[in-house]
Design a protein around this ligand. Sequence first.
Ligand SMILES: Cc1cc2nc3c(=O)[nH]c(=O)nc-3n(C[C@H](O)[C@H](O)[C@H](O)COP(=O)(O)OP(=O)(O)OC[C@H]3O[C@@H](n4cnc5c(N)ncnc54)[C@H](O)[C@@H]3O)c2cc1C
Length: 642
Amino acid sequence: MASSSTGFFQALPALPNQYTSDTNLQHAIEFFLPRSTIDKAAPEWESFGSKMVSEEIFDLVRDAESHKPYVMSHNVVGRAINKLVTSHGWRSLKRVGQESGLMSIAARREYEENSRVVAFVYHYLFSASSAIVNCPLAMTDGCASVLAQYSSHIKDSREIWQRLTERDPDFAWTAGQWMTERTGGSDVSATETLAVLDNDLCARRGEDNYYRVQGFKWFSSATDAEVCLFLAKIKEGNAVDTSLSCFLGRLIPNKAAGHVRIHRLKEKLGTKALPTAELELNNFEAQLIGGRAQGIKVISSVLNITRVHSVSATLGFYARALSMAREYAKVRQIGHGSSAQSKRLIEVPAHMKVLAHESLRLRAFTYLMLYCAELLGKSEDRELGLGKGLSPQHYRLPDYGRPDPETELSRIMPGVTKALVARETIQGISECMESMGGIGYMEDPGSVEYNLARLLRDSQVNAIWEGTTNVLSHDLVRFIRKNATVVLAGLDQLVADTIGQGEVNIKDHTLDPVACGNGDDAVGGDATLDSLRDTLQSRMEEWQSRITDPQFNVDGSQSRLLITALGRLVAGLLLFADTVRGGRVSQSRSLEVDANIDPVKLEVLARWVLADEYELCENRDLDYMIVYGMDKSELLQTVSKL
Ligand SMILES: Cc1cc2nc3c(=O)[nH]c(=O)nc-3n(C[C@H](O)[C@H](O)[C@H](O)COP(=O)(O)OP(=O)(O)OC[C@H]3O[C@@H](n4cnc5c(N)ncnc54)[C@H](O)[C@@H]3O)c2cc1C
């Protein structure tokens, strides 16, 4: 008999360390980073992965989620104060991010040329426990990069850069980015905000680029930031520029002088702790950055960075949702009515198939995320001379005159990856929710660590901000049309570096057709590494011929299919390289096959490349290895002790 306090209560295990329990992440790290870097970073990641699921952090998340930000409009004597109030949890989580080096590692090249990859591992581990602090940190990262490129004539640029990239939270600042207006966020050309040069201010400040700005910004998420980058049109007399310019403003003095007013905070589906506001600018003081009418070029470098952050954030949610689903499957018993049929969810093949499917998708996406991070780091090193211990005033301006294939890939891959991953993650988190039944749907403050619903709500925004899927798709097609030679050369180089060129004998590695139980003639049953390689190669050729086909309509509905196809294809190339080489992409073009190919990697590769075609032949026993990194008997032994 059951009562509110007696009878059956479902056990709920504590979530494991988010770094050590994530086998997908471990494999991707080993692929992208040299051993010396992993040895240096791993102890820190391990302690961060443990902290992210600690009671201390979950208390802060609970506080941030349950005390939404608000605007205190007036003081007791009726004077307008327009003060933003955020929660203790929100402010503390921001400090955790800064102290952990999320801003400093990449910007200050703490791990030299591997800093971007190392930093994005942290961002991935942080996002699900950050209550969306990851959003202002992403914009801060982008702003620091812009300052590194365009520091000349920006007052106190060195100090601002140092504060944005600082570990000490008492000294650190964050930055916001205001692009979206009521006229549109996808297309900002109709921006209504105007900037007028203020000669008196220029004389007082000793620079010739100080402007007064009037306008209304429709979305500002980092409303508690100290600095901001935004777009406006310069007005001179009655003439208004048609092109946009980018400006850097400081919020503390502007707020104090009443030059920026929070019109209201937005009511949103998710991202509840994030103070997303509408802002009115009135004589707002700001400095032109990066040159007149160069706004889109300047802000594009922010977008490229924030898109990789969107990817790491949403994959962090996905990884956490999967972590919950994995732990729950270990303890949830079904078929209680008959003890003969009673078993744990991990013993149900259909359930394991679902978790394996999600796990391998997450693995492919994680490789894409770190690939974007690597490309970003390389292009910054090349263009800015970062990684050589230079300080901002020594940075060179980027040389856009000499396109380089890998630099061009670094411009497209963040958008490609975000377009693919942001949407697929929503579906994946939803699948994890269903796998936990009704518990997955709950928003119980008593178990904030198992609040999967919050992750589903918060993941939705990643498909909208920093470019919707269709907008990214059209941008990609247009960009490739304009820069076809160099982008396609970049993709050809990637193909050569991952799946090799010319003849190689890898036919010995036939995927085991017996495992599917349907014999040799089953669909996909004769897949070999060679055939997987041929499939990837021919898909890339087909993709390239489609995108360069003059008949192809760039504004048509096919753009979206092309962008997601490219994302899948690049993930397949990376998984292939990891399977055959068992490690980092080599600079050598010759394909050296590792004799001891990991059967789990091979299985993941085949499932990813052949998808539904291979479904019939999947090796079911490997589901356990894909999901838990151990075989069935080992897993059952482990859970019997729970
Ligand atoms: C929680 C949240 C926080 C945000 N924070 C910020 C912030 O801090 N700073 C900031 O600047 N912005 C911010 N944004 C705004 C966000 O970047 C925009 O909402 C986004 O860029 C879309 O712009 P929009 O809302 O004007 O939609 P629109 O641009 O009107 O788009 C509406 C639809 O039209 C489609 N569309 C538009 N143009 C095209 C085209 N050319 N081809 C095909 N389809 C098209 C889009 O795909 C979309 O489906 C935030 C948004 C949210 C939800």
